[in-house]
Design a protein around this ligand. Structure first.
Ligand SMILES: Cc1cc2nc3c(=O)[nH]c(=O)nc-3n(C[C@H](O)[C@H](O)[C@H](O)COP(=O)(O)O)c2cc1C
Length: 190
């Protein structure tokens, strides 16, 4: 990999506030093609992506806010307003889930979860390389049963892991502060 590609990885940062234009059909296809290159023990192909296009995001906001309240979690008026304002400019939301391989002796669920995380990371990096920003959120009713089920994902069979907002960044953010990897790394010596 060239150092320019590594530079792309190093300059990615999440950005919640995104706007149109979102990715074209072809660009989205590229992002999802990157997603399915994630490491995948036993080739489970468990990743699932539910596209919520801009024209349906308002209806989705009604669902997410209502479902969160019906599940017993508080959504204040202010929070509702902020969520609706944020979503009103998001051109694409991707619902993220994986099909659970129950009682898989070879691939414990932690590995299934990690593979899903890697797939999402590949979308985020591919989007960044194409000039888009993304933001992974586990708000919007992620941990209710109602939201994943409304998206066609039976929670007995699928683990729902949130949403990726994808679009054009509204402002150019400065580089994120990142830790020095040396402080997180040791070299084992027997
Ligand atoms: C699985 C997952 C769920 C997340 N959910 C939320 C969330 O609900 N709300 C939030 O503010 N940030 C959430 N984040 C964090 C942001 O997506 C983002 O990673 C964080 O703001 C740091 O930005 P960075 O990706 O540039 O380091 C989540 C991150 C992950 C990995």
């Amino acid at each position: 990999m060239s150092s320019a590609s590594v530079q792309f990885l190093k300059t990615r940062r999440s950005q919640k506030l995104v706007q149109a234009p979102g990715p074209s059909a072809e660009q989205l296809e590229q992002m999802l093609a990157a997603a399915v290159c994630a490491p995948d023990h036993s080739a489970l192909r468990a990743w699932r992506f539910v596209l919520i296009e801009q024209k349906h995001i308002g209806t989705f906001a009604d669902l997410a806010i209502g479902a969160t309240r019906r599940s017993g979690r508080e959504v204040t008026e202010q929070k509702e307003q902020n969520t609706r304002k944020w979503l009103s400019s998001v051109p694409l939301l991707i619902g993220l889930a994986y099909k659970i391989s129950h009682d898989n002796e070879k691939v414990p669920e932690i590995e299934q979860t990690l593979s899903m995380g890697a797939a999402v990371m590949n979308i985020q990096n591919a989007a960044h390389m194409m000039g888009f920003s993304t933001y992974w959120s586990t708000g919007l009713g992620t941990y209710t049963d109602e939201v994943p089920e409304a998206l066609g994902l039976d929670t007995l069979d699928y683990r729902f892991v949130g949403f990726l907002a994808v679009g054009t960044p509204t402002v150019q953010l400065p580089p994120a502060q990142r830790p020095d990897p040396a402080t997180l790394t040791t070299t084992w010596q027997p």
